[in-house]
Design a protein around this ligand. Sequence first.
Ligand SMILES: NC(=O)c1ccc[n+]([C@@H]2O[C@H](COP(=O)([O-])OP(=O)(O)OC[C@H]3O[C@@H](n4cnc5c(N)ncnc54)[C@H](OP(=O)(O)O)[C@@H]3O)[C@@H](O)[C@H]2O)c1
Length: 234
Amino acid sequence: MNVSGKKALVFGGTSGIGLAASKQLAALGANVYAISRDPSRAGDVPKGITLKQCDVLDRDAVRALFEELAPFDILVSAATGGTRARGTFLEMDMDGFQASFAKLWGYANVLQLGTPHVSADGTIVLVSGSPARRSKPGQVAIATVGGAVEALVRAVAPEIAPRRLNVVAPGAIDTPMSSLKGAEREEAYRKQTAKNLIPRAGTADEVAQAILFVIQNDFVTGTTVDVDGGWLLS
Ligand SMILES: NC(=O)c1ccc[n+]([C@@H]2O[C@H](COP(=O)([O-])OP(=O)(O)OC[C@H]3O[C@@H](n4cnc5c(N)ncnc54)[C@H](OP(=O)(O)O)[C@@H]3O)[C@@H](O)[C@H]2O)c1
């Protein structure tokens, strides 16, 4: 797909990976709608990006937004949806574990309500995470949610062809998802990535490049693209 002149909706497009994907799409001439609960956090955005407010967990609001913006060619969701539980399984707070699945339900809302408005040659991308296939102790919640996201993509892709559906799986990426600052932040990423083949955090732009790849390549569907600095082999 040549994205120039195409209409793209990016949920979670106001921060981190989604914002980087929105900027890369806009730079290539796409007409991008970057969407989140509080789009003002995106700050100043380049020409070609329009900010929209919507909570992916509010089905009525998601449906109304799709009806307002339809039809479109590119649909991306990188919206985290809610909170993420951390901790080993036996000590895990089960309410927190269940709440972590807000990410899956947000993606499911976007996928189910948005797909009928995606053009037949259009393309959809979700974002999971490396723990889906290589969980480290304490990552049970994000591992199981990410696994569910990847299974959702593989299950739905054959049902919605010829529209294409893929998932991008990032490793540890330096984005505003982490609220740590300064030396504490550097130390946290150093520890998280020390055993990876590429021992540093990735950038939002590096993940966005993979989102652009699965959007642009018309022969890729139903698959997962890893951008993880070698996390899966660590
Ligand atoms: N950063 C990493 O290391 C990493 C690693 C693996 C996977 N991932 C995944 O990559 C995706 C993007 O993460 P990121 O690091 O770019 O995070 P981020 O910088 O915190 O951005 C998350 C985006 O999602 C939006 N969002 C969250 N809940 C939402 C909701 N209920 N409705 C609509 N929008 C919502 C946020 O905006 P509002 O708050 O304004 O709604 C924001 O635009 C997530 O799915 C994350 O789990 C990230």
